[in-house]
Write a protein that binds this ligand. Sequence first.
Ligand SMILES: [Zn+2]
Ligand SMILES: [Zn+2]
Length: 401
Amino acid sequence: MNGSDEAESLDLYEVLGIESSATKVEIKKAYHKAALSSHPDKVPEDEREEAENRFKNVSQAYEVLYDDEKRARYDRFGVSDFTAGRGMGGMGGDVDLEEMLSQMFGMGGMGGFPGMGPMPRGTDGRKQKGKDVVQQYEVSLEELYKGKTVKLASTRNILCSLCKGSGGKDKAKAKKCATCSGRGWNQNLRQVGRGIVTQENVICVPCKGSGNVFRDKDRCKKCKGNCVVEEKKVLEIYIPRGSKEGDKIVLQGEADEVPDHETGDIIFLLEEKDHDLFSRAGSDLTASLRISLAEALTGFSRVVLKHLDGRGIQITHPKGNILRPGQVLKVEGEGMPHKKGDGKGDLFLVIDIEFPKDGWVPDVDGIRKVLPEWTGEEIQAEQVDDVTFDPDGDIEDVSLQ
Ligand SMILES: [Zn+2]
Ligand SMILES: [Zn+2]
């Protein structure tokens, strides 16, 4: 799809993750949160472009929704009202003209554009490839760490063994399909946008793309002229250890068989489930390591987490070395396995200190005596105000204006 289609279907409330009844305070909060998480400077190099687009969308959504007048206009007319006059930032901008043309005029070949339908059969005599089937497959981080073999039941069409996919009885002669004049496809006009109509080639229904039809009495008894029959089988897919989100596992030639076509593939697109403990970045893992205040100050030695393969990971931190909030312990070679070779990435443990709860009344004087004194400089001021404060302030309330 091209950029302007995307802009037209863009839901600004969805961009900010809020209800359409959101108040201005909620809009501001949502914007602050979304802007922080999608800021291009905060993501790895390879995600930057996507983050930039997201960031632009978030900024645009805020600009429109935070302004009462613009918001009312958006609620009535949608985004297109803004795209026409003043542009919606980067949303309609980065359209690859060549790609757009190839999509609009059907030069993109097979499989590229849903709904395009088949192209006329190639003149070079090569069999055209049937449709690939792309399926999302959700995997846990544990499964990606260890690798996994999955068996799946599949039902697909295969060429009828009796007529070998012709659809007709032995020695029966097919006649040319009248609907498509034997071409196997028909031309259709399709509207892809306001005022834009494209031509597409769709498979001819009566002859199913073969260009030939059999008379009723000449149809194959097994497939009833359908050329194909259903086959059930068990597919096995192997997910190599170290695989990641977006990796493809291709089962060649396992899609539906279609007469006169090279059989398409079934493609599993891996989707990585979020993990409670670990976050993954490439082959590295990060996890939060929660320790007590006493451990932070006096050291410890214990199993701090269970790794993805079930092993306990023990950390020994010696007395005399203080651990501070946000400090990172890098454990080399305990990240995700690389797909090639035996290596592994690294594990980064981010220290999170569990401070005592309110109401904890220790031997205050005793603690003061053993802990170091405040070493900062005393501030000199002519006037001093003793202020009150809310101990549960929210940094997201910081004004954006
Ligand atoms: Zn048959
Ligand atoms: Zn036809």
